[in-house]
Ligand binder design. Structure first.
Ligand code: NAP
Length: 281
């Protein structure tokens, strides 16, 4: 029996176990995926413990995606540039860190709403961990990324971190109506990576809604609620919209590819996730 799991704090809300275990059952893979609550002081022991117990790999979630880095022996280029790890592979004595958030985001965007980034312009709202992964993923390709954030310094730091690998240097814009209005005219796709729109802020939008036009494609990586105020407004206006469910599924798919080089039954993962989310409503 192969062992896998996810470390985080809190962890009981994580939807990863149900996604992975449903996929294991569907293909009769002898593996189990468990949620593991870890205290920050025990992070090193938790990783060493998983290695000693023979885990194949683990996922890492909030608040440890950056904090695990000192305990790794290797990192993929993507993880190093983004500065975040959501997937670890134990291989002999090696503890290898990787991030699948950016690739998962792109795959979901291509599969669900048919967006190929090449030649497009994207406005990324936010500059936290998810924004870093998404902006890196996009800017590796021939497209223009605009970045804005409540804390502008953070967006500027992200743009400068991406300079070496970006085909087109990301452009930082102030989070103000006039600046946003100009950027929005240039961009076909608007991506919310901030936490604005989640339960505590469900009546708020991360972006002035009057700037949206029917031509925009709008992606909100929040998956609970399934439709944020931003997405609802965009949908009613006639925009193509996508929520965060696909990114959550596809980052898990990319983790399988990293652990075993195989693709799981994606439809099973989608269904397991949708059932879990529906039961939480
Ligand atoms: P994070 O690193 O904590 O970043 C949070 C971002 O939200 C920052 O840009 C922050 O701005 C901004 N923000 C927070 N409160 C705000 C407010 N009241 N007004 C304006 N901006 C605000 O978090 P993260 O890990 O990137 O996650 C962000 C969101 O993405 C969460 O909703 C999370 O659930 C979602 N997510 C989804 C997936 C998926 O697979 N679908 C994966 C990862 C994350 P400042 O820099 O100014 O604080």
């Amino acid at each position: 029996m192969e062992l896998l799991g996810v470390i985080g704090n809190p962890i009981s809300h994580s939807l990863s176990p149900v996604m992975h275990n449903s996929a294991f059952q569907a293909i009769k893979k002898t593996a189990v995926y468990v949620p593991m609550l870890v205290q920050e002081d025990n992070l090193s022991q938790a990783i060493q413990g998983a290695k000693a117990l023979g885990f194949t790999g683990i996922n890492v979630t909030v608040p440890f995606k950056e904090k695990v880095i000192p305990f790794l022996t290797q990192m993929t280029d993507d993880a190093r540039i983004v500065g975040s790890v959501n997937t670890i592979l134990f291989q002999g004595q090696e503890i290898i860190g990787h991030t699948t958030d950016g690739a998962g985001f792109q795959q979901a965007m291509e599969m669900e709403v048919g967006i190929n980034p090449v030649g497009k312009s994207f406005l990324v709202l936010g500059a936290g961990g998810a924004a870093r992964a998404i902006a890196h993923q996009l800017s590796k390709q021939d497209c223009q990324v605009y970045l804005t954030n409540r804390t502008l310094d953070r967006a500027q730091r992200l743009a400068s971190d991406l300079e070496a690998t970006a085909i087109k240097k990301p452009i930082v814009i102030a989070n103000q109506q006039q600046e946003l209005a100009k950027a929005v005219q240039e961009c076909q796709v608007i991506i919310n990576t901030t936490s604005v729109g989640m339960e505590a802020t469900k009546d708020q939008s991360p972006f002035p809604l009057d700037l949206l036009t029917q031509e925009h494609q709008v992606i909100d990586i929040i998956y609970n609620p399934a439709e944020t105020l931003l997405l609802k407004t965009a949908r009613e206006l006639g925009c193509t919209v996508q929520n965060g469910v696909g990114m959550l599924v596809w980052q898990a798919v990319k983790a399988w590819e990293f652990w075993w080089g195989i693709t799981p039954p994606v439809d099973v993962m989608y269904q397991a996730l949708k059932n879990s989310l529906a039961s939480q409503e």
